[in-house]
Design a protein around this ligand. Structure first.
Ligand code: SF4
Ligand code: SF4
Ligand code: SF4
Length: 263
């Protein structure tokens, strides 16, 4: 009998929304017949985190010292490591205040509350281990996950998306909230794949799928539009930090958009 592909789902610090999204997919049952789920606490409390797996899916940001050790262990035991969702890929919204002091943040939220773990500032999984593939979004789209898992299960490798949300938005014929209402939509510099979900409801994109590669976004036209609409460098930078606080090119990118001119 053919050996099944072993899969593990692991959760770090997160809202568990990505896992929930995956657990609720009927389509998963069809794919999973070719696989064995070795670890997934949300579905089975007796899951073993130490078992070797072919594919490890990791949700959440690395936000405790214990999680640093956990991701290293997962990497040692897995042939392929996939970061799932904005928390795992970019560090999530919990990385927004990177420039603040952990103790001050802790006191603001928990006061003098004590915990059994050693907290640290939230960081993406790739900060500590090699990640082989990213599934973007907060939470990711079902089809992204099914595409990645299905492709791995047939022994191939999924492609990455290298075009911005604007492309899908234009194809869907949504009114542009940036051009028509002057709202700070990050669609031009955010990785597509969500079918322009937010602009489809008249809401400006906040970049949950992460900034698209620096050299493919449309900086020149974007700079002109942002300026025309009276949006400042600080406004755009602050908005991009929500989901891109760890992007090493963030400031450079915003600098390029605004051409180094003071606003
Ligand atoms: S990426 Fe979003 S949905 Fe997924 S765990 Fe993080 S906050 Fe929750
Ligand atoms: S609404 Fe946003 S995503 Fe859509 S075209 Fe305008 S800028 Fe791009
Ligand atoms: S439009 Fe932007 S914020 Fe909304 S789901 Fe897509 S990438 Fe995320």
């Amino acid at each position: 009998m053919e050996e099944k592909i072993k899969i593990g789902f692991y959760a770090l610090t997160s809202c568990y929304g990505c896992q929930l999204q995956l657990a609720m997919m009927d389509e998963l049952l069809q794919l999973i017949s070719n696989a064995e789920i070795v670890c997934w606490y949300m579905l089975d409390g007796k899951s073993l985190e130490d078992e070797p797996v072919d594919i490890a899916f990791i949700e959440g940001s690395v936000s405790t010292e214990e999680e640093v050790e956990l991701v290293k262990k997962i990497r040692e035991n897995a042939k392929i490591v996939v970061a799932v969702g904005s928390c795992a890929v970019q560090g999530g919204v919990q990385s927004w205040e990177q420039d603040k002091n952990l103790e001050d943040l802790w006191k603001t939220v928990y006061g003098d509350g004590k915990v059994k773990f050693q907290p640290k500032m939230a960081e993406p999984v790739s900060k500590y281990i090699k990640v082989d593939y990213n599934i973007y979004g907060c939470p990711p789209e079902k089809r992204d996950f099914l595409y990645a898992l299905g492709t791995f299960l047939v022994g191939s490798w999924p492609e990455d998306i290298d075009y911005p949300v604007c492309l899908e938005c234009r194809l869907n014929g949504n009114p542009c909230v940036l051009l028509e209402r002057g709202e700070p939509c990050l669609g031009p510099i955010t990785r597509a794949g969500c079918d322009a979900r937010c602009p489809a409801y008249g809401i400006a994109c906040i970049g949950c799928r992460g900034a698209i590669d620096y050299d493919v976004a449309w900086f020149d036209s974007l700079a002109r539009v942002f300026r025309e609409k009276g949006l400042t460098r600080e406004e755009i930078l602050e908005r991009m930090r929500i989901f891109n606080a760890h992007n090493p090119k963030l400031e450079e990118m915003v600098e390029k958009i605004f051409g180094g001119e003071s606003q």
